[in-house]
Write a protein that binds this ligand. Structure first.
Ligand SMILES: Nc1ncnc2c1ncn2[C@@H]1O[C@H](COP(=O)(O)OP(=O)(O)OP(=O)(O)O)[C@@H](O)[C@H]1O
Ligand SMILES: O=P(O)(O)OC[C@H]1O[C@H](OP(=O)(O)O)[C@H](O)[C@@H]1O
Length: 232
């Protein structure tokens, strides 16, 4: 899959000069974050992280829906978006995403030392979001992170500016993609497909987008909605 760096008009103003002249005309109009996040227009809530333009975008949806594919597409198309590297008790090098593979013992040690903003279990694995993410957002980075729907409430409490990008697809699409990816066994895939869909917590800014079509189309639509600065 190829995501051209200039296929959508969404460029941060401070990096606009790095793009071809044909893209610069749109840079100011579509500057991501031109609408100041709510927490930056008023005093940040105590204990939350918020840089001047820092923003965390939690990407959620069922296994195989394309969260990592779309996150990588967004970051490739609009490089002012970065990705959070998750810590996972998964064997190394299985692909799909750039993750830090750790043992259960190492995961416990990191958690006990306060090394994770949030952590959760799913599919027989444990996942942690590095605490360093808070400082990155505080420095003004715009980061995408693949999150379990079960931790959205806790993440929202830590980050003043938090948007959920909820990706959906038809059940038959999920089955086809998980089989095609080939990372899990047939039994694992059946378990993933039968996993109940947790409800999203109330009160969050949620952008819902279908990924049944081409990934390039999903990326373009996601960037368009994110650039609006709020859920539709
Ligand atoms: N729009 C799309 N069209 C075709 N194939 C896609 C599309 N989006 C993702 N895929 C493919 O579907 C498979 C699953 O995608 P991906 O790993 O990104 O899903 P995920 O939601 O991150 O899954 P998980 O939660 O299990 O990590 C991959 O093989 C990916 O290449
Ligand atoms: O169903 P919920 O709890 O929302 O998501 C659970 C987890 O499932 C997936 O795991 P993986 O990346 O396929 O190992 C997602 O990345 C997420 O972390």
């Amino acid at each position: 899959m190829h995501f051209g760096a200039c296929s959508v008009p969404d460029y941060s103003q401070d990096r606009a000069e790095q793009y071809p002249r044909s893209c610069q005309a749109d840079a100011e109009k579509y500057t991501f974050g031109a609408i100041a996040p709510e927490c930056c227009r008023s005093a940040p809530r105590a204990g939350t992280a918020c840089g001047v333009n820092g923003r965390l975008i939690g990407v959620t949806g069922p296994s195989g829906v394309g969260k990592d594919t779309i996150m990588q597409g967004i970051a490739a198309t609009a490089p002012h978006f970065g990705l959070v590297r998750r810590t996972i008790t998964r064997a190394p090098g299985l692909g799909g995403e750039d993750y830090e593979a750790v043992s259960d013992a190492e995961f416990d040690a990191r958690r006990d030392a306060g090394g994770f903003v949030v952590h959760w279990q799913a599919h027989g694995l444990r996942y942690g979001i590095p605490e360093a993410t808070v400082a990155r957002i505080g420095r003004g980075e715009k980061l995408l992170v693949n999150l379990s729907r079960s931790v959205l409430h806790d993440v929202a409490a830590r980050f003043g500016t938090f948007t959920v990008l909820c990706i959906t697809a038809q059940p038959e699409t999920l089955a086809r993609r998980l089989t095609g990816r080939g990372r899990e066994t047939t039994a694992d895939i059946a378990r993933r497909l039968s996993r109940p869909t947790p409800a999203l917590p109330d009160g969050l800014a949620v952008i819902t987008i279908s990924n049944d079509g081409a990934p390039e189309d999903t990326v373009r639509e996601a960037l368009h909605l994110l650039a609006q600065g709020s859920a539709p």
